[in-house]
Design a protein around this ligand. Structure first.
Ligand code: 5GP
Ligand code: MN
Length: 332
C-alpha cells in the first residue's frame, strides 16, 4: 500500500468517489465517512457514501446523514455508485469481510482503493492509504488527511461536528489510553472553529428512549455476571432478552463497558444473539490484548483494548465455550 499522499494527484480533478465503512457502523464509522464526504463534496467531487447496514438513531442528527445510502435498503443504488466511481475510500475497517454484504462487490472492483483506518493488520488489498493503529479514531485520520491536503480552512462547522463525533465516541469521551495529545489538539482546533462540543455530547449520549434506559437496568441486574477471580465481567443477551424490551439498533451500544467500571475488573465481554450469528464484543483495561484474544478464539480482531468476534455455534454453546476459555487463561 502506497502512502496516501501518492493518491493526491488523482484528486486534482473532480472525481466520482465512493466511500464506505463497516457493517453495523458506530460513531467513528459514520462521523469519519460523513466528514470526508462533506469535505470532498465541497472540493467539487461527486460523492456516493454507503453504509453497509442501518444507521443507529443516536446519529440521526448528523450533518449530511440524509445523503447516506443504507445498502440493506437500496442495494441497486449503492452498486451503481460503486460501478460509476473512479476512486473508492474505505473507512474504519481494514478487511472487506467487515462490510459483510459489500465484501464481494468491493473485492471485484478495479478502481484505485484508498484505506483510512486505525485497526491492526490491514489486508493487502488497498492501493493507497493511512493505516495507523496508534490513532484514536478514523475521524482523526480524516482530519489529518484534510490537513495533509492543505485544506484545514475548509473544515466548516458541519465537517467539524462529524469528525468530532468520531473522535469523541472512539476515545470514550477522551478517556481511553489511545487518546493522544494529537487527539486533544484536533479537538482544540475544532473548538477554535466554533464547534459546540456540549451539544454533540448531548446528541450522542443524552438521547436515550425511556425503554433503552430501563433495558440497561434489566441488563445490569439480570444479565451481568462478574468473575472477580478472573477480573472479568460478562453480559449475555439472547434474542428473547432483546425482544423483551423491543430494543432498537444502537440500544446495546456501550453496554460492554459497564463491567469495567467495577473496581478490579479488567476484561469485559458482551455476547449478543443475532439472527445469523452470535456476536461478541471485548473490552479491556491495561495490558490484556483483546484483539489477539478475539483473533485466537472468535474469528475476530480490532484494537488492543477493544475488539469483536463471532461464533457460528448456538448462543448457549458460545457462553459455555467463552467461560471455558476464561477459566483457562485467567486474564489479569
Ligand atoms: P464492537 O465491539 O464495538 O463491535 O467492536 C470493537 C472494535 O473491534 C471495533 O473497532 C471494531 O471495528 C472491531 N471489531 C469488531 N468485530 C470485529 C471482527 O469481527 N473482526 C475485526 N477484525 N474487528 C472487529
Ligand atoms: Mn474507529
Amino acid at each position: 500500500m502506497r502512502p496516501i499522499q501518492d493518491a493526491f494527484p488523482l484528486l486534482q480533478k473532480n472525481r466520482r468517489v465512493f466511500i464506505t465503512t463497516h457493517h453495523k457502523p458506530d460513531g467513528d464509522a459514520i462521523g469519519s465517512m460523513l466528514g470526508l464526504a462533506l469535505y470532498l463534496t465541497k472540493k467539487g467531487h461527486l460523492v456516493t457514501a454507503v453504509s453497509p447496514s442501518e444507521i443507529p438513531d443516536f446519529l440521526n442528527w448528523m450533518p449530511g446523514i440524509n445523503t447516506l445510502i443504507n445498502y440493506e435498503e437500496k442495494p441497486a443504488i449503492a452498486q451503481e455508485g460503486l460501478n460509476a466511481a473512479e476512486l473508492i475510500f474505505c473507512l474504519d475497517f481494514n478487511d472487506f469481510s467487515r462490510t459483510k454484504y459489500l465484501e464481494q462487490m468491493l473485492a471485484e472492483t478495479t478502481q484505485p482503493k484508498i484505506l483510512i483506518d486505525h485497526h491492526l493488520f490491514p489486508k493487502p488489498v488497498w492501493d493507497y492509504g493511512m493505516s495507523i493503529p496508534e490513532k484514536c479514531s478514523t475521524a482523526e485520520l480524516v482530519y489529518d488527511f484534510i490537513n495533509l491536503f492543505g485544506d484545514n480552512a475548509l473544515i466548516d462547522l458541519d465537517i467539524a461536528a462529524c469528525l468530532y463525533t468520531g473522535l469523541m465516541t472512539d476515545t470514550g469521551s477522551f478517556k481511553f489510553p489511545v487518546t493522544s495529545a494529537s487527539a486533544h489538539l484536533m479537538a482544540s482546533d475544532l473548538i477554535h472553529k466554533g464547534l459546540d462540543h456540549t451539544r454533540i455530547h448531548e446528541e450522542v449520549y443524552d438521547s436515550w428512549t425511556e425503554g433503552r434506559m430501563r433495558f440497561l437496568g434489566y441488563v445490569l441486574i439480570e444479565k451481568m455476571e462478574i468473575f472477580h477471580k478472573y477480573n472479568a465481567g460478562l453480559i449475555s443477551l439472547s434474542r428473547k432478552d432483546l425482544n423483551l424490551f423491543k430494543t432498537q439498533i444502537g440500544d446495546t451500544e456501550g453496554l460492554v463497558n459497564y463491567p469495567l467500571s467495577i473496581s478490579g475488573i479488567k476484561f469485559a465481554t458482551l455476547i449478543t444473539e443475532r439472527s445469523d450469528e452470535v456476536k461478541l464484543s471485548f473490552r479491556s483495561k491495561g495490558n490484556f490484548d483483546v484483539s489477539a484474544f478475539a483473533r485466537q478464539y472468535f474469528d475476530g480482531g480490532g484494537h488492543f483494548n477493544a475488539s469483536g468476534g463471532r461464533t457460528k455455534t448456538t448462543f448457549s454453546e458460545t457462553i459455555v465455550y467463552f467461560k471455558k476459555i476464561l477459566s483457562d487463561i485467567h486474564p489479569k
